[in-house]
Design a protein around this ligand. Structure first.
Ligand code: CA
Ligand code: CA
Ligand code: CA
Ligand code: CA
Length: 406
């Protein structure tokens, strides 16, 4: 089996296309539920074509592609758990409806078809149901329907409070739906059983807590508190502030591998999609476009391969090599950091489809040299890398190693 590229290498530069344009309107915030797997594309909403459309792009921001191509306002994309479909909100029919489409934009279908404002869909983890918020009963409520739009059923009871409730997010274990509500005077995060029932309040303070989104392992919830991104344990508490920027940071969504959070920020003077480590850190601008780029959601690619144990002769020490059993792409490039009195590294490719159990293929295998920064060629036939010699400065040369068939 030929080793070929399935994931995009870090060396592929993002295409930064700056265009002139006026300030755009912020579209509706999306609902979120990250499901576990490897990291696929990022869907987002942008008005770079003149009205809001759903786009997808690669995780490094390259190859932005218009999926909706409709004169109506299309926003709030959310990937199905298997990464094959996107549910979204659109006003193309005159009032807000929840639609679904295939990952390439085909087969755009109205699921709600109701005179109320139906918006902000979130998938159940088995992909058979979609929760959304709606005003069809006169006040905002959260409904659940089958993924084809049938059996639309209310699970909240807001007729007495008439609070502003919404932003539903289905938990990865399927049992709960998180949402935000201002029933106590300011916005707080709540969870409710997915079948309906009593809500549990997770935050309790005088500032705005909105837009909950579950981590793919279900242990944490990211959310927006007063224009910054926070995360907390799924039971409330254990809060951590992830952004500290005077700009507006909102609409967080986890990467399917749990390592990153994408969000919207206007810190560049217009709205762009940014990525940060899930524990906080430097933010990377993925869109770099003068238009309003908002509401990112990360495509899960279900786990079809797990990392093998590292070769016993050369134990891994940290680096990029995943732990045994960790979900990885079927064919994934790895570093191997050797242990010992000197720390050299080789570049390996994991060909999970080629052997059972899969073993990494060592492309460089140099006992006294280090190679790093591997990157696939666009055709997937070669790997570029930077060779380094011990105790010397990094070389600027770039070598290549052709992956061998296994
Ligand atoms: Ca549109
Ligand atoms: Ca509607
Ligand atoms: Ca609050
Ligand atoms: Ca922008």
């Amino acid at each position: 089996m030929r080793v070929r590229r399935l994931v995009d290498a870090v060396a592929v530069a993002a295409a930064a296309v700056l265009v002139a344009g006026g300030m755009a309107v912020v579209t509706a915030p999306p609902a979120r539920a990250a499901f576990p797997g490897t990291n696929g594309k990022i869907a987002f909403a942008t008005d770079r074509d003149g009205n809001s459309e759903i786009y997808s792009m690669k995780p490094d921001g390259s190859n932005p592609t218009n999926l909706t191509n409709d004169p109506g306002g299309d926003s709030a994309p959310t990937w199905s758990p298997d990464g094959t479909k996107i549910a979204f909100t659109t006003d193309r029919d005159g009032n807000l409806e929840v639609y679904s489409m295939n990952a390439n934009g085909s087969n755009q279908t109205d699921l709600t078809n109701n005179g109320g404002f139906d918006e902000l869909p979130t998938w159940s983890p088995d992909g058979t149901k979609i929760a959304f918020q709606t005003t069809r009963d006169g006040q905002s409520e959260i409904y659940v329907m089958d993924a084809n739009g049938s059996n639309q059923t209310r699970i909240t009871n807001n007729s007495t409070d008439k609070a502003d409730i919404g932003n539903p997010a289905w938990s990865p274990d399927g049992t709960q739906i998180a949402f935000d509500s201002n029933k106590d005077g300011d916005f707080e995060i709540y969870v409710i059983p997915a079948a309906g029932g009593s809500a549990t309040q997770l935050t309790n303070n005088s500032v705005q807590d909105v837009q909950p989104t579950w981590s793919p392992d279900g242990t944490r919830i990211a959310f927006v508190r007063s224009n910054d991104i926070f995360s907390m344990s799924a039971g409330g508490g254990g809060g951590a502030q992830l952004t500290t920027n005077s700009a507006i940071d909102f609409t967080p969504a986890w990467s399917p591998d749990g390592s990153k959070i994408v969000f919207t920020s206007n810190r560049t003077g217009n709205f762009d999609v940014f990525s940060i480590p899930a524990t906080g850190g430097n933010a990377t601008n993925l869109t770099k476009n003068a238009a309003s780029d908002v509401n990112p959601d990360w495509q899960p690619q279900p786990c079809t391969a797990t990392a093998p144990p590292p070769p016993s002769t050369r134990p891994a020490e940290g680096g990029v090599l995943p732990a045994a059993g960790q979900c990885v792409s079927p064919e994934q490039i790895l570093y191997l950091h050797k242990s010992g009195s000197f720390s050299f590294s080789d570049i390996l490719v994991l060909d999970a489809g080629g052997a059972n159990p899969a073993q990494p293929l060592n492309l460089t295998d140099t006992p006294n040299q280090t190679e790093d920064q591997p990157a696939w060629s666009p055709d997937g036939e070669q790997v570029a890398f930077v060779p380094r010699t011990a105790a010397r400065s990094p070389s600027t040369r770039t070598g290549t190693a052709t992956p061998r068939s296994t």
